[in-house]
Every structure is written in structure tokens, then in C-alpha cells.
Design a protein around this ligand. Structure first.
Ligand code: PEP
Length: 268
């Protein structure tokens, strides 16, 4: 099955009005219209800049993502949090959930990741759900055990929702080995493919159709020089890009690599 690849840029806590304006201008002028038709491109700035970037991105057909969302479905006394409804109102289409930096630095649990996924789905946001193992876990042969745990928690939460597992079809998954994030050390295409196939297999044991349609991105030091070989893997449907999304030229080159990767998948 041909899945439309996704390239999402996670700007993390970087940016300023001036820097964002020049980055967005560079990205929009560099993206070929054809690439935008073939690849779903998403930019995830810090919350405070989302509203002002929304019109420009929307008119260029580029998605706007947030980097987190509150798990509470109803607005209330949750100081510092941002509700899914608010993200929708300012034009967000996507939201990153369970990034390893949030899991490690802000103690986000698998259970919380599940609840955030439901609150995003409830208002029509596309969750980009991140999973990934630490180096020690890979080194001790526990990669699949860890990923199985993280994913099962999300599936279990979806099961508890009236819509059930169907919600997963509206999610994007991102395999982000923690040891590859921001380190310059990338998983090999073979390592990425093995894990992506494992993720698809795990979903398939619950719903074979969703397993075939859900997009699974790779994230972890993706650069223009390694993007194409990663995106050519049959179960890799694009990337979640951190550092390289802050350089317009690099981000545009990574989108072009996703387009080429998808052509190869569809033709062979
Ligand atoms: C990320 O932040 O999700 C990420 C993959 O970062 P980097 O590309 O810098 O490794």
C-alpha cells in the first residue's frame, strides 16, 4: 500500500519572531508545489508563535503542529497548560505527543501519552505519537520490549474510548530512538526498518487494515545526507526532524528526499 509520507519539523524551544519569519519564508520558497502535493509537510513551532504563523502556512498547504497538548479534555484550572481546543482555534492541525524530551525531562508517562492522544483526537488534531528506546535498552536487547510497552499503553487508552482503535487511523507514529535524538548518531536504515516493521506487526495483531495505513515516521538526527536511504525503507513513511528543521535549506532537502523515497516505494 502506498502511504503519503510526512515530514514534520520540531522546532523545540528555538526561535524568535524574526528568526521564524526568515525560516518560514525560506521553507515556503524552497518547497516545490509537486513535493507539497506528494508529501505532507508540517511545522511545529513553540506554542506562542503558532497563531501568527498559521495564515501563511495554511495558505501554502503546510500543516501547523504544536509540540504538546494538555490531557484534560475540558478547560479548567490547569495553570501553564494549553487545551486541544485552543490549538485547533489558532489553526493547528497536528500535535507532537510523548516526545522523549517530555518523557525524560517532564516525567510524562505512557498513561499520560495515551490521555493526551485522546484529547487531541477529540477535537480533530492529528497526534504524532513518539516512541523510542534508550541506548542502554537497545544495548541490552530490550528495544522491542520497551516499544511494545509504550505502544500498548496508547492502544489500551484508545480501546477505552467509544471510537476504539479506529482513532489510531487518525494518528501518526514516530519511532525516535532516544540515543539518536540531537546526537548526530542516526539509526541505520536497517535498524529503522526492523523497528518500523515491528511496530506495524504489533498493530496488525489488533487491526491489519490500520497497520497498513498508519504512517510511521523515523526521527533522530535525520539530515539531507541520510534522509533518502532512511525514507526508501518500505515501512518508513517520512521523518520527524529536530535540528535540521531549523535550517530552511536542510528541511526542504529532507522533504525532497521523502518525495523521492515515496516514488520508489510506489513504483516497485
Ligand atoms: C526530535 O526532536 O524529534 C529530533 C528527531 O531531533 P533531531 O532531528 O535533532 O535528532
Amino acid at each position: 500500500m502506498r502511504r503519503r509520507p510526512v515530514v514534520a519539523g520540531n522546532w523545540k524551544m528555538y526561535g524568535s519572531r524574526a528568526a521564524n519569519a526568515s525560516l518560514v519564508a525560506g521553507v515556503l520558497s524552497g518547497l516545490a508545489p509537486r513535493a507539497l502535493r506528494n508529501v505532507e509537510v508540517v511545522v511545529c513551532p513553540p506554542f506562542v508563535y503558532a497563531a501568527e504563523l498559521s495564515p501563511q502556512l495554511q495558505s501554502a498547504n503546510v500543516g501547523l503542529g504544536a509540540q504538546d497538548v494538555c490531557a484534560e479534555a475540558v478547560q479548567g484550572a490547569f495553570t501553564g497548560e494549553v487545551a486541544a481546543t485552543m490549538l485547533r482555534e489558532v489553526g493547528c492541525s497536528h500535535v507532537i505527543i510523548g516526545h522523549s524530551e517530555r518523557r525524560a525531562l517532564y516525567a510524562e508517562t505512557d498513561e499520560l501519552v495515551g490521555r493526551k492522544t485522546l484529547s487531541a483526537l477529540a477535537v480533530g488534531l492529528t497526534p504524532i505519537i513518539c516512541v523510542g528506546e534508550l541506548w542502554e535498552e537497545r544495548d541490552s536487547g530490550r528495544t522491542y520490549e520497551v516499544l511494545g510497552h509504550q505502544l500498548s499503553a496508547v492502544l489500551q487508552t484508545l480501546d477505552s474510548d467509544p471510537a476504539g482503535l479506529a482513532g489510531l487511523d487518525r494518528c501518526i507514529l514516530a519511532y525516535e530512538p532516544v540515543w539518536a535524538i540531537g546526537t548526530g548518531r542516526t539509526a541505520t536504515p536497517g535498524q529503522a526498518q526492523d523497528v518500523h516493521a515491528f511496530i506495524r506487526g504489533l498493530i496488525s495483531s489488533r487491526d491489519a487494515k490500520i497497520a497498513q495505513s498508519v504512517r510511521v515516521l523515523y526521527g533522530g538526527s535525520v539530515k539531507p545526507s541520510n534522509a533518502r536511504e532512511l525514507f526508501e525503507m518500505s515501512d518508513v513513511d517520512g521523518g520527524l526532524i529536530g535540528g535540521a528543521s531549523l535550517k530552511a535549506e536542510d528541511f526542504v532537502a529532507i522533504v525532497a528526499a521523502a518525495e523521492l523515497g515515496s516514488e520508489r516505494t510506489s513504483c516497485c
